[in-house]
Write a protein of this length. Sequence first.
Length: 305
Amino acid sequence: MNNRQRTELATLCRTIRWEVDMAAYSTFRTGGTVEAMVETGSSGELAALLRWLHREQIPWHVVGGGSNILVTSRYHQGVFIRLRGTVEESVIEPEGSGCLVHVHAGCGLAALVGWCGRNGLGGLEFMAGIPGSVGGAIRMNAGAFGQAIGEVLESVHCLTGQGTAVTVARKDAAFAYRSTRLPGEPADKMLITGGVFRLELADGQQVTTRCREIVEQRRRKQPQGVGSAGSFFKNPEGDFAGRLIEQAGLKGLTHGKAMVSPQHANFIVNTGGAAPEDILGLMEEVRRKVLLHSGILLEPEVHIY
């Protein structure tokens, strides 16, 4: 961006940081430098920002909670957007035997799951323990235990790449494994601002207990206390990436300061001070060795910028 553009951007957005080290905004605890980081929860500010970015032809990305991204070491021109929102902004709309729950995309998943327990709402227990934001979970069609978030979505609130607000009904979105495509994409770039979930009335204590069980199960099986992006590779149809990596004998494999977790083979972890290139190098080595061992080419689930 030139000086004029930087001045205009600073006028548009109340919270903006320049020359941002993405290690502070990624659960991998590593990353390159981004020219500008905007944080906002205001739909009006977001719409004005997207209109300006479109007019100035400046690239942008949404990074959500930073739990499923790897930002490479190069200098990234343009704007990265982090949505801010709280679970207290959620609205319950009774409908039939259940309800519709309107949630801001910037709300944390953990906060939403806990809030559902306190309000006696069931249907999102399978999301317990998954890091990140609601918007990121919708974009990734996040899921676990054979369920995915797209199954309980009623609609998605978005802004088009030109800042126009639209609501996409569930039937008009294309949900796939770890992917949600909205109408007009990829030709137009859509920013998810919220979701409406169809949930059921339930015993709040039972919901909370089930969520705690799932979180504890994750803690036993997944590495703790190290930087990671969660499951790194998509599961190929009919199989599990972790099983294929383990069968290839790759648990504990290292590249620089990145390592295939000895605890869960589908986790690449930052053992301390790993550069993005360490993680990318390990990713390619795992893909190559699994392909040689099983004939299956693993695809990353993590978004790489």
